[in-house]
Design a protein around this ligand. Sequence first.
Ligand SMILES: Cc1cc2nc3c(=O)[nH]c(=O)nc-3n(C[C@H](O)[C@H](O)[C@H](O)COP(=O)(O)OP(=O)(O)OC[C@H]3O[C@@H](n4cnc5c(N)ncnc54)[C@H](O)[C@@H]3O)c2cc1C
Length: 551
Amino acid sequence: MSSPRSPGRLLAPESGWTTVADVVVVGSGVAGLTAALHAATAVERATGDVTAGSVLLVTKVLVDDGSTRWAQGGVAAALTPDDSPEQHLRDTVAAGAGLCHPAAVRVLCTEGPARLRELVSLGAAFDREPSGELSRTREGGHSRDRVVHAGGDATGVEVQRALVAAVRAHPAIRLVEHALVLDLLRTAGGAAAGVTLHVLGAGTQDGVGAAHARAVVLATGGMGQVYASTTNPAVSTGDGVALALRAGAEIADLEFVQFHPTVLYLGAGSTGQQPLVSEAMRGEGAFLVDAAGERVITAADHPLADLAPRDVVAKAIHRRMLDRGTEHVFLDARHLGETVLMQRFPTIVGRCREAGIDPVTELVPVAPAAHYASGGIRTDLAGRTSVPGLYACGEVACTGVHGANRLASNSLLEGLVFSARVGTDLERSLPPLGEPAAPTGDSVLLDPSVRADLAQAMTRGAGVLRSKSSLATTADELDELATRTSDAPCPAAWEATDLHAVATALVSAAIRREETRGAHWREDHPDESDSWLGHLVTTLDGTTFEPLELQ
Ligand SMILES: Cc1cc2nc3c(=O)[nH]c(=O)nc-3n(C[C@H](O)[C@H](O)[C@H](O)COP(=O)(O)OP(=O)(O)OC[C@H]3O[C@@H](n4cnc5c(N)ncnc54)[C@H](O)[C@@H]3O)c2cc1C
């Protein structure tokens, strides 16, 4: 397989226009919206001025097209006396299978409650008990009821709504939709100086242009679309990771892709975004059975049984599907009754009914699908990447809080906590506006048809089950797809090229890690190995292993 070496930039027309801001934030999910609000405060404090448009927030399609609005389960935070950040930390570290960064997890769990209260004060309406207390539920891997939710199972919609309202009301933030960011602009010294982007706009800012800025914050979300079946929306094409790789940043832990155990099975050959059946349903008492009615996971397999961490449940389901030769198992929620199901899970029940299945009276067919990228652009505790002036937060970042596997409902929280920290760092050290240097390196563009074939290849060889031979086959297929180049720049071609860069880096790391740990399951190396206690870090120069004791 070719090394993950990426070229210098995407093939694109020369920039036809330029705009200037203090900070450019890319992406408008929980991370980008929170980062924009905190960046605006930081710029105001650093410069003593609220200038309209000093924070430019750009987003690929519509403001709410990312993963955030799809979040169902909720946001995890230790808010009550029967819980503590320490307990939340212990659960997070247990899910992370030895690779969590302890200081990052401590930040997440101790600062999380305050960030959540901040969101409530912005107007996010979480579900409450008759007493007025926030309602809490439990999800896989949590030893306490600490997951707060909104609209029953529509948490993401409410988080997105509240943050978008705050952003739209902020005088310093300029939001531009239909703005697909292509590459990082850098100074001659290598620092971030803005981005190139393609805007489907009117007038002077149509087509490819340049946004110059003192700092760039990447909040572009996940990369679920590298697989044929995923819970992620169509925009989750790993653009931020691909851009960062091309810009020379460090990428870490890409091999740890979380597969959600329970995605509604819509029939053989269904591709793209699939409806999630939240594990909060198992938190309320639903359980997994096979076609013969036998439980898929019991206390003998894992003490938390159906509420075991996601990788354990996904693997148990996969094993059962292989044993029985079926394409799915079932979730049994019938005993919860219509009142509970409609009150707690109106979205899921509605989506199942649309697909012709009624969870009140029928078993729900479910199977695992790609859900969450635990790895991404490596950052420190302030959200700084290895490129000066380039920050990353949210799912695109690898802060170290998830290690080898993410604990349920920790990602909205990570978006809130670490995006706020980006703001704090900007306030402390907002760089001067740098002059972008002329781009160097080759440009590349793949044909849009690569996307579907790449996703099928990744699902076949680099999915829930992986082995040396399956990964080698996928690597060969990716090499073959790299020959399908194009000279016709367009959003579909840019996305296909980014997906290819990310898939190549992911497979390269998955081949290297010869063990099973967290979300990375190697059939040919079924056990965890102490010699793999460390991170695989990918840059333009390839993938290297950093043992934990050297960090
Ligand atoms: C179905 C589902 C259910 C989930 N449930 C939960 C849950 O209950 N609790 C929890 O904590 N987490 C949950 N998650 C995970 C969580 O929703 C995400 O990890 C989180 O929302 C990511 O937020 P983000 O801001 O990093 O990215 P996103 O919300 O995905 O936003 C990324 C943004 O970047 C934009 N973008 C991407 N590329 C470009 C580009 N090149 N140029 C410009 N803009 C770009 C996108 O359009 C989008 O606006 C769930 C995820 C899914 C898919």
